[in-house]
Structure formats: C-alpha cells, structure tokens
Ligand binder design. Structure first.
Ligand SMILES: NC(=O)c1ccc[n+]([C@@H]2O[C@H](COP(=O)([O-])OP(=O)(O)OC[C@H]3O[C@@H](n4cnc5c(N)ncnc54)[C@H](OP(=O)(O)O)[C@@H]3O)[C@@H](O)[C@H]2O)c1
Length: 336
C-alpha cells in the first residue's frame, strides 16, 4: 500500500489529479486529500468512496509515502521545509524547478531522472511540458539548433480566480458594456475580450518570468544548457488550453514527413494536421484530454533548416496533473 497525499486537492490541478487517478488508478494507492481554506470539508468521490478534503497538517503529511503539492509557489516552499526529510515530494509549482539536484521531469522525455531524486521532484511549467514533448522527437532525429515560441495561454494557467475573472468580465462587457470590478486574478489588464502580452513580472532584459521559465526549464529537461531559445508569452481569453506557435531550426536538414512520423509515434503526442480540411488543434478540442496535439507542420520559408508548427494541450491535465500522476506512477514503480 502506498499513501499519496494530494495537497491543494480542491484547486484546478488538484481536482484533475484525483479525477485522473479515479479513471486510471494506481494499484495499491491510498489517497489523502488536503487543502487550505475554501476547499476544506469538501467531499470528493474517488473509486466508489467519498473522501473529504481536510486542513493541511504537516504532521499528517509526514506519514505519507508521497506528497503531491498542487499549491501556489509560496505554500510549496513552506510545506517542503515543514516535511523535509519525510516522504518524497512532487511539486507542481515553480519553487524548486531550477534547483540543482532537483529533477525536473516530463516522464516521456527524461523519466529516468525521477530515480535520482533526493526527496523532491519538480513538475515543469505547463507551457514547457507541451513544448518539450514536441521538441524531443525532433531533437532525437535532427538535433535542435534554435527554437522560437510564441504562446497563447489560457486563464486557467493562473488558477481558479483567473477563470472567475474571465467569466464575470465577459458577462459584464456583454450585459453592461463595461468592465466592472476585477476579481483578485493578478492580471495587469482586463482579460475578457483582450490579450495581455505579460505573464508574471519583467526582468532587466524585457523578458517576463514566464518566458524565462520556458527558456531555462526547456534547457534543463532536454539537457541542452546552451540551446538557443526565446519566447513571447501572451495570456488570451480562453478558459482551458495553451497554444504555441513554434519555429524550430535543426542541425541536420529536416524532413517534414519524418518529423510527422516521429511526433505521431511519440507517447502522448498526436498529430492533427490536415489544413485543407480545417484539421488542426484548437484549445476547445483539446480540453479534458491528456495528449499534446501538433498541427500546421510546414517548412520555414526564411531558413534552410527551419520547421514551423502549432501546438495545443490542456494545461491543467497534460500541463500539470497528468504529468504529476505519471511521476507518481514512476515513483511507485520504483518502490515495487
Ligand atoms: N493551472 C495550471 O495550468 C498549472 C500548470 C502547471 C503548474 N501549475 C502549478 O500548480 C499549482 C496549483 O495551481 P492551480 O492552478 O491548481 O491553483 P489553484 O486553482 O489556485 O489551487 C491552489 C490550491 O492550493 C491550495 N492551497 C493554497 N495555499 C495552501 C497552503 N498553504 N496549504 C495547503 N493548500 C494550499 C488551495 O486550497 P483551498 O482551495 O482550500 O484554499 C487551492 O485548492 C501552482 O503552483 C501552479 O503554478 C498550474
């Protein structure tokens, strides 16, 4: 029996973790659900049982074998220091991703690194996960030399308050013609009927922290510390599903058909690419799924070794919960 504590079980990511484990269970797993305030006391159906979300208590967490943190960054930092040295911790926040000695894992790409943990494993940023799952098969075949990405990130990437703001803001714009009071979403501008080319704060070079997360995490996961990569991250008024427009340059001359085949064979990636019949992925189609979808694959007209494509995934599932559950599966396998 393996005891798994899911902290933040009532949040957007935590709820999906429970739902994924409910539909695709890990044999011998005993689940404990904890929260902070809003979700405490909530009943959750899991494998025919009714579980209740309890207040997070570090003494109880220390009794688990694995603790999965689906909590904001500051809460993860505090919880890791409280349960340090006890159970193995999987953290979905950005708190420890770039720390030396902490594996940053997308199981399909660098799953072997799970086994080198020193008590803590990090899950990457949602936009990074879908990007590296598309880059890795291309890298294996042709070698990456340069990557440029523009993201179109849904509001659920910023937690449930951000979803509330999009819903209420859209309603107010349509019914009253104006944007009323904004929820505590943290967006610097109204998001309904808008685009915001800023996710998180700016650095001295003019990049946002979200953009630099994608740069640094991609290099760490792929094990290419000097990969030439730059990003522009944009928040869009979509509830669920992050999209990315990618330009990838390779060391060897790329072949679009080979890339299509390699992507299609890669676990967790689906090629959805038939533009004459309007077949390409969109966030609505990809919602509530676990795959990364690639479309609009084409040769870059401005360089010899460039390839362009469009990439979409459900940020809450593939970009966080599915990846975290796959890390749990790898760890449980390790224990058997
Ligand atoms: N959303 C995404 O697409 C995505 C993708 C990748 C990674 N992540 C990361 O995943 C984490 C969770 O994101 P989310 O979108 O699920 O956020 P969320 O919807 O805002 O949920 C956060 C949850 O954390 C709980 N919580 C807050 N402080 C806590 C504390 N001190 N102790 C225990 N529980 C606490 C809250 O409990 P109550 O409800 O009881 O207050 C809430 O259920 C974040 O670090 C985020 O950056 C998110």
């Amino acid at each position: 029996m393996v005891k798994l504590a899911v902290v933040g079980a009532g949040g957007l990511v935590g709820k999906r973790v429970v739902s994924i484990l409910d539909k695709n269970p890990i044999p011998g797993l005993e689940l404990y659900l904890t929260g902070h305030s809003k979700s405490v006391g909530t009943k959750v159906e899991y494998r025919g049982q009714t579980l209740r979300i309890t207040k997070t208590d570090s003494k109880l967490l220390r009794k688990a074998d694995i603790v999965l943190l689906c909590t904001p960054t500051q809460a993860s930092i505090e919880l890791v220091s409280l349960i340090n040295g006890g159970p193995v911790v999987i953290d979905t926040s950005s708190a420890f991703r770039m720390e030396a000695g902490v594996p940053l894992v997308v199981p399909e790409v660098n799953g072997h690194e799970v086994f080198f943990h020193k008590g803590l494993v990090s899950g990457p940023n949602c936009s990074t996960i879908q990007l590296v799952m598309s880059l890795y098969p291309i890298h294996e075949e042709f070698g990456l030399s340069r990557v440029h990405v523009s993201t179109y990130q849904s509001v659920s990437g910023a937690g449930y308050r951000a979803m509330d703001e999009l819903e209420k803001g859209s309603f107010e714009q349509i019914t009253a013609g104006s944007y009323g009071s904004r929820e505590d979403s943290g967006f610097p501008h109204p998001i309904a009927f808008n685009l915001i080319p800023q996710i998180d704060g700016f650095d001295s070079e003019g990049y946002t922290r979200e953009e630099m997360k994608m740069v640094n995490e991609t290099r760490k996961i792929l094990g290419i510390p000097d990969l030439a990569i730059s990003c522009t991250c944009v928040r869009v008024p979509v509830f669920i599903g992050h999209s990315e427009a990618c330009l990838v340059e390779t060391q060897k001359q790329p072949c679009i058909e080979t890339i299509r085949e390699r992507l299609n064979k890669f676990p967790g990636v689906v090629v959805m690419d038939d533009p004459p019949h309007q077949v390409y992925p969109t966030p609505l189609q990809c919602q509530d799924t676990d795959e990364v979808y690639v479309g609009r694959l084409r040769r870059d007209l401005s360089s010899n070794n460039g390839v362009l494509y469009w990439l979409v995934a459900d940020n809450l599932r593939r970009g966080a919960a599915t990846n975290a559950c796959n890390i749990v599966r790898a760890l449980v396998g390790e224990r058997r």
